[in-house]
Design a protein around this ligand. Sequence first.
Ligand SMILES: Nc1ncnc2c1ncn2[C@@H]1O[C@H](COP(=O)(O)OP(=O)(O)OP(=O)(O)O)[C@@H](O)[C@H]1O
Length: 313
Amino acid sequence: MRRSDAMENAIELRALRKVYAGQGGGEDKVALEGLDLDIPQGSIFGLLGPNGAGKSTTINILAGLTNKTSGSVRIWGFDQDTNPRMSRASIGVVPQELNVDPFFSPRGALEVQAGLYGVPKSQRRTDQILAKVGLLDKAEAYARTLSGGMRRRLLVAKALVHAPQVLVLDEPTAGVDIELRQMLWDYVRELNDAGTTIILTTHYLEEAQQMCDRIGIISQGNLVACDDTVNLLARMDRKALVVTTDGTDVPALPEGVRGQRREDGSLVLSYRKSAHSAMDLLDHLRNQGVVIRDMATEEPDLEDVFREITKSA
Ligand SMILES: Nc1ncnc2c1ncn2[C@@H]1O[C@H](COP(=O)(O)OP(=O)(O)OP(=O)(O)O)[C@@H](O)[C@H]1O
C-alpha cells in the first residue's frame, strides 16, 4: 500500500496484538490485547503505563525488533507488512539498554549505522550529529571508554543517522543525571521544533507532564487513556488544599475529603472539585477550632491522573 497524502498521524496501530509463547510448557503471555493508537504528526507523545503494561513491546514492534502476533502497524503512512523498507526508514529508535559496540568509536558507529540504512556517503551528517549530542570531542574514542551518559547520547545519535521523521526514545533519562537530562530534552525539543515526531516512554511522570503534548496510558496490554496532556489533567475532579496549622493532628473532615500531614507538617486536604470548594473546607476547619496560618491550593498532576486511571483499569 502507498503512503496516503492526507496523512495526519505519524503512527497508526490497529488491533495490535502480541502474545509471547510460553517457554518450556509455560503459559502464553498476552502482552498487547489489541491496541488501537494514533500518534499525531509533530507531537511529543508520551507512552506511559505501570511495569509490564506493554510499552516496550509496543516500541519493539515499531522498531521491527519484535514480531506482532496480529493487527497492523503504519509508520509515517507506510504499512509495516506491505512496505517494510519505507516504514523502517521513517523511524529511529533509541533503546532502553545502553548497548554500544565496545570496539567502535562514535564516528565509526555512526558510519556503520548509516551504511545499514543505505545513507549515501554524500548525505551523511556524522560530525554534525556528533556535535549536536556533544560527542564530537569523543568522535575517535573507543565506545567502551564512554560514560553511561555519553553512551546514551551515542545511541540517540545512531537513531538519527537516517534522518527519521519519527524518533522513539525508550526510557531515555533512566539513570541519567540532571544536567544530561536537561541537554537531552533541549535537543529533543529542537528536533521536534524542526518537525520530528517524538515518542517517549518514561517513569518520571513530572517529566512526561512537562515534555509531552499528548499522552497514552497502557495498562495490562490495553490503552486505557489517550488525550492531550492538558485534557487529561482537566479531566481530574480532584484538587488539594494545603494549610499550615498550629496543631499536628488531622481533624475530622467532611465525607469524601482525604486528609494527610506532609513531612513539613502541612495538612493536605484532597477533595472532589464537584463536591467541595476550598472555602467550604476552610470554614469547616475553622468551625473545628483549627488555627490556620497559611493556605494554598494545588491542581492535580499527572501522577494523580496516572494513579486514578491505572487503579480503575
Ligand atoms: N520476551 C518475552 N517473553 C515472554 N514475556 C514477555 C517478553 N517480553 C515481555 N514479556 C511480558 O509481556 C508483558 C509486557 O512487557 P513489556 O516489557 O512490554 O512491558 P513494559 O510496559 O515495557 O514494562 P516496564 O515498564 O517494566 O519496562 C509483561 O508481562 C512481560 O513480562
